[in-house]
Design a protein around this ligand. Structure first.
Ligand code: FAD
Ligand code: NAI
Length: 475
């Protein structure tokens, strides 16, 4: 007889593993199935995020930032260095160690919370009286059944038509995170989040990086003022960004790659590079789930169709994370996961999509929450804006990083904060205050009245809130 569970989670990324832990905390007999293998064939929990996404990219961003600081900013502090070099193999080894610590951490959390883990691929067999029968195909095959199923099968990189990933020359995020030596020239297709983060890593280490972006505007989803400031900084750092291009044929051989494209003026061009990263978005993953067996509904893009509560078209089958609508972010997946487990327990789990923060971990970092100025204009909403530059912040000057600003957008009448946008040092950390404020529906004046430590970058947040009322103190 198949082992019976209250909840079976398919996928062990941030959506899946968090759903499993929360379900177990709520007293459900819970299983999680994940097929990711480490280089020894063992389990590697954490999904894209831990293995080839958030965590390894941030490890490499950190290493490359140290390298850049050592090469460019240490001298300003009176620190002399000679023979600066980068050992790429060691840097990649450190990244792998960080990844493994996270993989093992999740296995430990499963044990601690009594989640039963199955290493293998989970697929639907049929709906049954006990719920759903799920086949696990792995080192040993098993059949298990669950009353509730939570699908968290993530996403895969989208390839350019006619240029499949070979992870040697044409790289997805996977190959981009393990280039064995710094390429002299690196091409990037798509100036989105992955493109900018990965481009930053390899540029800092010495690659000459060219980005080809289809859209005529840089970072179209970001507040225009912030995007312009970021673009200026990236170009100054040496990133070559071509907007409004149409990419044509990609030819790849042992010597390198050539990419035919038409530039914004309509002129035919060719980019020749040693390596090419293609980061043009991701597609939801339902490969091998055998969703047809139970009639699970997908849309034309392959996204699992869910309602606002993450319920699919099937009773007691839920889906969260990259495989459903909404931003493809680890923390969004985690919030949905917790909410679903709580809904299964009869509680009122809730995700506020208006306060999901975004962070791009470049230097300067870009972070935002809520609406952009262009969105407010398009919606015809009356608003007030306030900005404060890091140039006027004492801590930023002491850090030696005064690029960028904090920008507040607040309702013209009520002063409620509608959006906060930051480009500059530690924007990833600073944005939390704005998220809390918006979650509590604070006004710009609320932030302006709060005591912020001095000297700290967070004073720029307070000053930007004061700027909404045109009364900055330090600018
Ligand atoms: P995933 O993390 O993709 O996990 C899905 C898991 O399910 C995988 O382990 C997969 O093997 C498994 N699986 C799939 N099908 C089956 C099956 N049938 N049976 C068993 N197992 C299965 N987001 C951020 O918020 N911050 C960042 O800094 C960030 N950086 C990123 C950097 C890169 C380079 C990339 C590519 C992504 C980044 N993201 C970041 C996005 C983030 O990784 C995803 O939003 C997040 O991983 C989605 O979580 P998930 O649980 O939905 O899916
Ligand atoms: P993206 O959606 O961020 O950017 C893709 C870019 O490629 C867009 O600017 C798009 O206009 C462009 N593009 C699409 N087709 C093109 C073509 N044929 N030629 C040229 N340009 C083209 O996608 P990306 O960078 O692949 O990342 C996927 C997702 O992963 C992100 O949207 C984000 O959800 C997640 N992610 C999050 C990170 C973070 O939170 N810090 C870091 C990395 C990824």
């Amino acid at each position: 007889m198949a082992k019976q569970f209250d909840v079976i989670v398919i996928g062990g990324g941030p959506g899946g593993y968090v759903a499993a832990i929360r379900a177990a905390q709520l007293g459900f007999n819970t299983a999680c199935i994940d097929e990711w293998k480490n280089d020894k064939g063992g389990p590697a929990l954490g999904g894209t995020c831990t293995n080839i996404g958030c965590i390894p990219s941030k490890a490499l961003l950190q290493s490359s930032e140290h390298f850049e600081h050592a090469g460019h900013s240490f001298a300003d502090h009176g620190i002399g260095l000679s023979d600066l070099s980068i050992d790429v193999a060691k840097m990649l080894g450190r990244k792998s160690t960080v990844v493994k610590q996270n993989n093992d951490g999740i296995l430990y959390l499963f044990k601690k919370n009594k989640v039963t883990f199955f290493h293998g691929r989970g697929s639907f067999v049929k709906a049954s009286d006990a719920g759903y029968e799920i086949k696990v195909t792995g080192a040993t095959d098993e059949s298990i059944s669950g009353k509730h199923i939570i699908l968290a099968t993530g996403s895969n990189p989208r390839a350019l038509p006619g240029a499949p990933f070979d992870e040697e020359n044409i790289l997805s995020n996977d190959g981009a995170l393990r280039i064995p030596a710094v390429p002299k020239t690196l091409g990037l297709i798509g100036s989105g989040v992955i493109g900018l983060e990965m481009g930053s890593v390899w540029r800092r280490l010495g690659s000459q990086v060219t980005v080809l972006e289809a859209l005529p505007t840089f970072l179209g989803a970001v507040d225009e003022q912030i995007a312009k400031e970021a673009q200026k900084a990236f170009v100054k750092q040496g990133l070559k960004i071509e907007l409004g291009v149409k990419v044509g044929e990609v030819k790849s051989d042992k010597k390198g790659l050539s990419i035919a494209y038409t530039n914004a003026k309509g002129e035919a061009q060719t980019l020749v590079v040693d390596k090419l990263i293609v980061s043009i978005g991701r597609i939801p993953n339902t490969i091998g789930l055998n969703h047809e067996a139970v009639g699970l509904k997908l849309d034309e893009r392959g996204t699992i169709v869910v309602d606002d509560d993450c319920k699919t078209n099937l009773p007691n089958v839920w889906a969260v994370g990259d495989v459903v609508r909404g931003p493809m972010l680890a923390h969004k997946a985690e919030e949905e996961a917790v909410a679903v487990a709580e809904r299964i327990a009869g509680q009122h789990g809730h995700v506020n999509f208006n306060t999901v923060p975004w962070v791009i971990y470049t230097s300067p970092e870009i972070a935002w929450v809520g609406q952009t100025e262009q969105q407010l204009k398009a919606a015809g909403r009356a608003y007030k804006a306030g900005t404060f530059p890091f140039m006027a912040n004492g801590r930023a000057r002491a850090l030696g990083d005064t690029t960028g600003m904090v920008k507040f957008l607040a309702d013209a009448k009520s002063d409620e904060i509608l959006g906060v946008h930051i480009v500059g040092p530690y924007a990833s950390e600073l944005i939390s205050e704005a998220v809390v404020a918006m979650e509590f529906r604070a006004s710009a004046e609320d932030i302006a009245r709060i005591c912020h430590a001095h000297p700290s970058l967070s004073e720029a947040t307070k000053e930007a809130a004061l700027a909404v009322d045109k009364r900055t103190l330090n600018f």
